[in-house]
Design a protein around this ligand. Structure first.
Ligand code: FES
Length: 78
């Protein structure tokens, strides 16, 4: 499912970006090789980041497990 219509970023691409270290919606766009445009996707991408980070909770991915929803919201609001 597309989360960012402007840049055709799907939920799968968000998960790939999170696995590669992206921790906010702007970083997800950078990982996809683009920049945010309208901003309508910020909340949906941030939600997917939190879900993806939760799913990455393994001993080999401790940084992903440390992403808290409040951190994502702060990044979106800045
Ligand atoms: S929908 Fe993502 S920048 Fe417009």
């Amino acid at each position: 499912m597309y989360l960012c219509i402007c840049n055709a970023i799907s939920d799968r691409r968000v998960r790939d970006a999170v696995a590669a270290g992206a921790r906010d919606w702007v970083a997800v766009h950078a990982h996809a090789g683009c920049q945010p445009n309208c901003g309508q996707c910020a909340a949906d991408i941030s939600d997917e980041i939190v879900k993806s980070a939760t799913n990455l909770r393994t001993p080999s991915a401790p940084e992903a497990a440390d992403v808290q929803p409040s951190e994502v919201l702060s990044a979106v609001r800045s």
